[in-house]
Design a protein around this ligand. Structure first.
Ligand SMILES: Nc1nc2c(c(=O)[nH]1)N[C@H]1C(S)=C(S)[C@@H](COP(=O)(O)O)O[C@H]1N2
Ligand SMILES: [Mo]
Length: 201
């Protein structure tokens, strides 16, 4: 395991804001992809919300960028145990996209899917309230392709596997439907503060 070591010579595992079982990766930002990084340009990118919504809606790059911009400044936590502090992503709040699509009252869960086919499931409530974004900037620069550029989902209060890279859309459902990692033993929700790593945690 690669850990960032402080001057004490020990991995930094006791810093405030670090969820249980995590370590501070410092300036490292590991790349974790089940797929090959796709050759996806802003011109190819689209984002769609459908399923249990009043108005199935799609945005292309320009339409998404015409929406009010929003920034996340905070931490991210990967289930493989690295956390990264003080990151800054720019994009648009999912509240804005969801308001446009109008979730039906029976919608409770979401399958987020990527242009590559990767999927991950989330409770709809975890995507509202200013806690989730479609993000295309990191530290003021375009998000790098290996980190999900041109645009990724960002749900930083859950383990980072929920933040689908190369995000293509959300499908709203009235039940939970396991995504890629969730079908392979990972937790349906993935709250790092409760160490919801694997099914049964
Ligand atoms: N499309 C896609 N999104 C994905 C993944 C993936 O394999 N494919 N991996 C997830 C996991 S496990 C993590 S920890 C983060 C990694 O994002 P990063 O490579 O930018 O660190 O992306 C998540 N989103
Ligand atoms: Mo991860």
């Amino acid at each position: 395991m690669n850990v960032t070591r402080g001057f004490s010579g020990r991995p930094r595992v006791d810093r405030p804001g670090l969820p249980p079982g995590q370590y501070d990766a410092g300036d490292d930002w590991p790349v974790l992809s089940a797929e090959v990084t796709p050759d996806l340009t802003p011109a190819d990118w689209t984002f769609r919300i459908d399923g249990l919504v009043r108005r199935p809606s799609s945005w292309d790059w320009d339409a998404a960028h015409a929406l009010p911009a929003s920034v996340y400044e905070g931490d991210i936590h990967c289930v493989t145990s690295w956390s990264k502090f003080g990151v800054r992503f720019g994009g648009v709040s999912l509240d804005v996209f969801l308001e446009a699509a109008g979730p039906l009252p029976e919608a409770t869960h979401v399958v987020a899917y990527a242009h590559t086919g990767y999927t991950t499931n989330l409770p709809l409530a975890d995507l509202t309230g200013g806690r989730a974004w479609v993000a295309w900037e990191f530290d003021g620069r375009p998000l790098a392709p290996e980190h999900g550029g041109p645009a990724r989902l960002l749900v930083p209060h859950l383990y980072f596997w929920k933040s689908a890279k190369w995000v293509a859309g959300l499908h709203l459902l009235d039940h939970d439907e396991p995504g890629f990692w969730e079908q392979n033993g990972y937790h349906q929700r993935g709250n790092p503060w409760e160490e919801q790593r694997f099914s049964g945690d």
